[in-house]
Design a protein around this ligand. Sequence first.
Ligand SMILES: Cc1cc2nc3c(=O)[nH]c(=O)nc-3n(C[C@H](O)[C@H](O)[C@H](O)COP(=O)(O)OP(=O)(O)OC[C@H]3O[C@@H](n4cnc5c(N)ncnc54)[C@H](O)[C@@H]3O)c2cc1C
Length: 411
Amino acid sequence: MDFTPTERAAEVSSAAETFVKERVIPAEAVYRRQMEESGDPDHHPEIVEDLKTEARAQGLWNLFLPDPEDGGGLSVLEYAPVAEWTGWSPEIAPETMNCNAPDTGNMEILHMFGTGEQKERWLAPLLDGAIRSSFSMTEPAVASSDATNISTRIETDGDDYVITGRKWFISGAGSPRCKVTIVMGVTDPDAHGHRQQSMVLVPMDTPGLTVERSPSVFGYHDRGGHVQIHFDGVQVPRSNLLGEEGGGFAIAQARLGPGRIHHCMRAIGMAERSLELMCQRAQNRKPFGKALSDQGVIGEWIAESRIRIEQARLLILKTAWMIDEVGAKAARTEISAIKVAAPAVLEFVTRRGMQLFGAAGFTEDFPLANFHAISHWLQIADGPDEVHKRSVARMELAKHEPGAEFVWPRE
Ligand SMILES: Cc1cc2nc3c(=O)[nH]c(=O)nc-3n(C[C@H](O)[C@H](O)[C@H](O)COP(=O)(O)OP(=O)(O)OC[C@H]3O[C@@H](n4cnc5c(N)ncnc54)[C@H](O)[C@@H]3O)c2cc1C
């Protein structure tokens, strides 16, 4: 296992670092001002378009896609540090480089499973950053951490599909720039559990599709929201099917491997920025006559944060390396492990960061409180921790024969 970056990976990662630190982070105040002035929480501020133009001119565009024609030609391991840099400013940086969820996962599956017509209509404008997309799987009425529970119906009607059901927590679908959603629903309720579902591309302006509400998450409203959508007899041509009928579950699995590396590396990026802020603040803030950094307890928080970040990053890089070498299926235990480890590190670091900052830590003046909120929802989105731990435990237990004689070591 060798994590030494190739020349191209080092070059791209360094360019991403410079772009995020010198262009994106200084633009955060402009972003906030433009959002406030618009009075619309789903507004698309001009600063994002300006930064997109700059990033694209520097070749920092679609780097998540391994295909050299449409993307950066980087392996999952090579892209991982770029994702980490975008995590330093998660609300702005990923979008400026056209590497933002859920578009990345959607572009990946359109690239892998889309027909020529689907690619032309949806993948091309997504790769161009001209539109956005969303992914509709979770439903309010069923325990959606088990995707076989999905109940939205996709029924055949001549040359069309008719979609009926309700989805929620559909990230980004509240943005006027979101033009298409990929809906996972049941096409054959009598098939085997993992063959019942299919995925269909649904333009957001299709009659019968209504965005019902946009609940806040931990009190935050992320641009584009995490909305609830009602599909009330929504009719689309059967040519909008992605992949094959009954293949929805397999496509969902294919979507999740590299995507989890991106999420986890962004979490590491947020943790790194939080730790940097902690160190700066600790050396400058002086209660009771000495800098906070001179207090043993603060040193422990900083040391523990560094140790945990390094541990998690190494596990993520190992997982990225495995995806490249043996594929996402063979790396599924590691993928589950990092999905638990990375948000936990972010939670640990930001919790201490907020405490170290005193009252300021809980405000929007610093990103710590927002990153802390993200650390919590990352423990649910893309599968709750408990489900991932269950997978890791199963793989671990499978290494041991059930009922085998337990030998007491001292006899
Ligand atoms: C901010 C945010 C953004 C999201 N974006 C999207 C999106 O764009 N598209 C989309 O389709 N979905 C999205 N989701 C939804 C997310 O993927 C689901 O919430 C998640 O899969 C869990 O499903 P559920 O909410 O129905 O929880 P449930 O399935 O009802 O589970 C509830 C809880 O039960 C526990 N649990 C479940 N299974 C087990 C088990 N086997 N053992 C022990 N405990 C268990 C866990 O603690 C879990 O949190 C998003 C969620 C959030 C918070």
